[in-house]
Design a protein around this ligand. Structure first.
Ligand SMILES: Nc1ncnc2c1ncn2[C@@H]1O[C@H](COP(=O)(O)OP(=O)(O)OP(=O)(O)O)[C@@H](O)[C@H]1O
Ligand SMILES: [Mg+2]
Length: 209
């Protein structure tokens, strides 16, 4: 079993977009995937509610209930709310093997994420190498100067950027339809799927244990 926590206290940074698309990706590989939603807005579970039954199955878990993850899952993906901090954040970090942090490139987003990254650095599972932090640049073109600057800044801070996902209509469509981009035809999605490769390769040490 592996657990991914998607987190950034900054609202609208792209957490649910990453969590739902990762869920679709792993379900498509045949894993037993549980999508756990800690957010009271329940956006991830709404996405799941719209997901056509013919697509690879993803289980739902109310991450605000008694359990944050399912012990019978191959893959747990936790979508966390804006403003997550304190004990709830600590518990979620404790459960996670990977913490995936979406970040947009504006100075406001960077400033808001900075404090969170300091907080992560101080957490024991991360200090001890039991949980790993991976950054994903959101709504950003990898070839731009702002992508390069964001990457340099985060690399220097010790948080590698594993992917840049462009600002694209396909993510809006995904949000509305319950499809992940990995469920969509190559003609529409291949360019966008390719942008996930760096992140996915970082997760390759995954196994079914
Ligand atoms: N790469 C992208 N391209 C286009 N739209 C995007 C992209 N990433 C996210 N969005 C859109 O931006 C909005 C916010 O994204 P999302 O809901 O994933 O953020 P969030 O961090 O989960 O927000 P919250 O903090 O409110 O939970 C959504 O409408 C989503 O469809
Ligand atoms: Mg969300």
């Amino acid at each position: 079993m592996k657990t991914f926590l998607v987190a950034n206290p900054k609202g609208g940074s792209g957490k649910t977009t990453l969590a739902t698309n990762l869920a679709g990706y792993f379900a498509g590989l045949g894993y037993h995937v549980v999508l756990s939603d800690m957010d009271r807005q329940k956006s991830a579970l709404k996405w799941l509610g719209n997901r056509p039954v013919r697509l690879p199955f993803v289980n739902a878990l109310n991450g605000r209930g008694d359990h944050l993850i399912s012990l019978s899952a191959d893959i747990n993906i936790i979508d966390s709310p804006a403003g997550l901090r304190g004990e709830k954040l600590k518990d979620a970090i404790k459960a996670a093997d990977w913490i995936i942090v979406p970040i947009q490139s504006s100075v406001f987003d960077i400033a808001a994420t900075e404090k969170f990254l300091d907080l992560l650095k101080a957490e024991k599972p991360i200090r001890k190498g039991k949980a790993f932090v991976l950054m994903v640049g959101m709504r950003i073109d990898a070839r731009t100067k702002s992508a390069a600057l964001l990457e340099k800044y985060l690399d220097e801070a010790g948080f590698p950027v594993k992917a840049h996902l462009s600002d694209a209509q396909i993510y809006k469509e995904s949000a509305e339809t319950g499809f992940s981009i990995f469920d969509m035809p190559a003609s529409k999605a291949s360019k966008h799927k390719a942008q996930w490769l760096g992140l996915i390769q970082s997760l390759k040490i995954l196994n079914k244990n």
